[in-house]
Design a protein. Structure first.
Length: 305
């Protein structure tokens, strides 16, 4: 199916917001072992005991950018707009720009991420998750095949296959849909046009997902602090600079993160200012965090303000 037809059939981008997906995009030490997530919410099965949790195994760690690519692939898969696609289609979905052109480096990077996701195995044991009917979700993280055409990879969704983590999130009703238009910076809507670098794309996707969670009508969370510089109790760097791979090696003390944090802080402020002018923030207010607080942003809903 021609890509112009594909875009006419899609107006939303899908983000996976289940607890497992959020752990995968934030942490880098989850592969090769059984991980457990605690759950809360409305149960659809009568529990045999008080426990409510899920366990999962993933064969390879994924980055935040890998998860953004997976979101784009699922958006395309679930749209029913066709089975064949190339890296350019994924890039256009991620940026929300149907006319986007990408260079050779970006194309190769996206092809590499897609083939990586195809090789990752995930198993979710949900027999103690009383919010879903199924006990097991498993298989290839992204069920695709591919062929080479003039040096470029052409991908194909495997017929009858689903993405296990996204089926699990759908059963939890934890798939977020945002307008494709919100993924691009449009000066006509009050935004500043910027290059679609990995840094800008990741910041945009991460912030938009957190905002959508806060804006959800039944959400009980009324505030969220997103720090660029943050350490856990053991002193490990856990801020957004690490989560988004802006500073890939957070343990390298020879690199001063402050100048990077200040630059990213300015980018976040510009994005939020554009979204506020364009009416995207709606009921959410924000305040930039200080250097002492670790830089970043503090979101609050109108209910708490």
């Amino acid at each position: 199916m021609a890509e112009k037809t594909v875009w006419r059939q899609m107006d939303h981008f899908v983000m996976n917001n289940c607890k497992i997906a959020n752990e995968l995009r934030k942490y880098r030490d989850l592969s090769g072992c059984v991980n457990q997530v605690s759950l809360s919410g409305t149960k659809v099965r009568r529990p045999d005991d008080a426990a409510d949790y899920a366990e999962y195994f993933i064969s390879e760690d994924l980055s935040c950018m890998d998860m953004v690519v997976a979101n784009a692939a699922y958006t395309l898969m679930s749209s029913g707009s066709g089975q064949a696609f190339q890296a350019e289609t994924i890039a256009r979905l991620i940026s929300g720009s149907p006319g986007l052109r990408i260079g050779e480096k970006r194309r190769v990077d996206l092809e590499s991420r897609l083939t990586k996701l195809a090789g990752v195995q995930i198993h979710i044991l949900a027999d103690h998750d009383h919010q879903v009917e199924r006990d097991l979700y498993e298989g290839a993280f992204l069920p695709i095949s591919w062929s080479v055409n003039q040096g470029r990879l052409k991908f194909q969704f495997l017929p009858g296959e689903t993405m296990p983590l996204y089926q699990y999130a759908a059963d939890h009703r934890q798939l977020i849909q945002i307008p494709l238009s919100s993924l691009r910076d449009d000066p006509d809507d009050g935004g500043d046009r910027r290059n679609n670098t990995d840094r800008a794309l990741l910041l945009r996707h991460y912030l938009l997902q957190e905002l959508e969670v806060l804006k959800y009508p039944d959400n009980k969370v009324t505030e969220q602090r997103l720090r660029l510089l943050k350490r856990d109790q053991e002193g490990h760097e856990m801020g957004l600079l690490w989560i988004l791979d802006i500073i890939p090696d957070a343990e390298d003390e020879s690199k001063d993160p402050l100048p990077v944090a200040q630059k990213v802080q300015r980018t976040i402020a510009q994005m939020l200012d554009g979204w506020q002018k364009g009416g995207l923030l709606q009921s959410v207010e924000y305040q930039m965090l200080t250097a002492e607080e670790g830089f970043g942003v503090w979101f609050t809903t109108e209910q708490q303000a």
